[in-house]
Ligand binder design. Structure first.
Ligand code: NAD
Ligand code: UDP
Length: 346
């Protein structure tokens, strides 16, 4: 006999949960005693990550290969499972591509979120954590960047993040029972300490750390350093790199807060370490972790890049009781452990 009754097991829906940050967060959620369900269309990730999650945690999370914009299919998942809250990672994230193909970004990132929130509303699921980005601050910011800095997004990607924040704020204004955390990540890097999971960019990496690790493993000849004439100590760009497992644990801390309804209104929170490192410092730290020289050359600035960007992290400490624990050496060691064991990714 078919049983249409929902089980009493309570789930956290993780959209984009087979992706880089999502998969690490699933591991942290399981470690904290949660039951994650993953929805991902695998447009930028591989299903084989699920086996790695099982290897690390002993649990295979429920997985649905599905596009979030398919509202009917999403509704069925909410009908079937008792979902208590949502962590919404799914979306496209390449800044350069968003400049070249803005509609692709607005369509996917915004429509996915609208579809998700409609279904959440239908099922009275009103707790959501959203993956926003330090890119919403854009160029005009003073460092360290506080959450109340005026956002000046400089790409369609960053605009989608700010628009989604606004959509969620408006949803709350219409219905104050929603509990919303808008987490603005700085530069997530590194991998799970087991070396079983890590970042697996499709094609040539846009970001610094995965590019360096692919050079270290022989997939590219040299790192291109985009400009050494910035007004920073060594002239190269400074960013706030955060270990992906610290970021994952930041989500668990935020989930605990929205569950206990600590946030009375949508809460924007920076997730970073508060420390800035230059491109050269990252390269040197990676060389130390990998025990090899990493060739590089200085090239011209990448359009749209800024000199320095790092977080003011006081609010995260105050509101979440969370602070990043892992340092730059850990980030590089874990990234290298992953890359050297999995030179071609998953
Ligand atoms: P990722 O590409 O590895 O993960 C995103 C996942 O979403 C992928 O697995 C992809 O297949 C899935 N996806 C995309 N569109 C979908 C759709 N319509 N339906 C279902 N699944 C869909 O990216 P990530 O680095 O893990 O980033 C996760 C989130 O964090 C993104 O929203 C990103 O914008 C944000 N973020 C990332 C960074 C970063 O540097 N990695 C920085 C700030 C913010
Ligand atoms: N960067 C670089 N070479 C690369 C990729 C990045 O020199 O191949 C620099 C970039 O100019 C910036 C820093 O590294 O100063 C971090 O860039 P990334 O793309 O990783 O992050 P974001 O620009 O989003 O902060």
């Amino acid at each position: 006999m078919k049983n249409n009754k929902k089980s009493s097991k309570r789930f956290v829906l993780v959209t984009g949960g087979t992706g880089y940050i999502g998969s690490h967060t699933v591991v942290a959620l399981i470690a904290a005693g949660y039951n994650p369900i993953i929805v991902d269309n695998l447009s930028n990730s591989k299903v084989s990550v699920l086996k790695r999650i099982k290897k690390i945690t002993g649990k295979l999370p429920l997985f649905y290969k599905m596009d979030l914009r398919n509202t009917m299919a999403l509704n069925k998942i909410f009908q079937k499972h008792s979902i208590a809250s949502v962590i919404h990672f799914a979306g496209f994230k390449a800044v350069g591509e968003s400049v070249a193909e803005p509609l692709k970004y607005y369509e996917n990132n915004i429509q996915s979120t609208i579809s998700l929130c409609k279904v959440m509303n239908m099922h009275s699921v009103k707790k959501i954590i959203f993956s926003s980005s330090a890119s919403v601050y854009g160029e005009a910011s003073v460092v360290p960047i506080k959450e109340n800095s005026l956002p000046v997004p400089a790409s369609p990607y960053a605009c989608t993040k700010l628009m989604i924040e606004q959509i969620l704020i408006d949803i709350y204004l219409a219905d104050p029972f929603w509990r919303i955390a808008l987490l603005r990540y700085f530069n997530p890097v590194g991998a799970h300490e087991s070396g079983l999971m890590g970042e697996d960019p499709q094609g040539i990496p846009n970001n610094l750390m995965p590019y360096i690790s692919q050079v270290a493993v022989g997939r590219h000849k040299k790192v291109n350093i985009f400009g050494n004439d910035y007004p920073t100590d060594d002239g190269t760009g400074v960013r706030d790199y955060i270990h992906v497992m610290d970021l994952a644990e930041g989500h668990v801390a935020a989930l605990k807060k929205i569950e206990t309804a600590t946030f009375k209104k949508p809460q924007i929170i920076n997730l970073g370490t508060g420390k800035g490192y230059s491109v050269i410092e990252i390269l040197r730290a990676f060389e130390k972790a990998a025990g090899k020289v990493i060739p590089y050359r200085i090239t011209k600035r990448r359009p749209g890049d800024i000199a320095a960007c790092y977080a003011d992290i006081k609010l995260a400490k105050k509101l979440l009781g969370w602070k990043a624990k892992r340092n730059l050496a850990d980030m590089c060691a874990d990234a290298w452990h992953w890359q050297s064991q999995n030179p071609k990714g998953y």
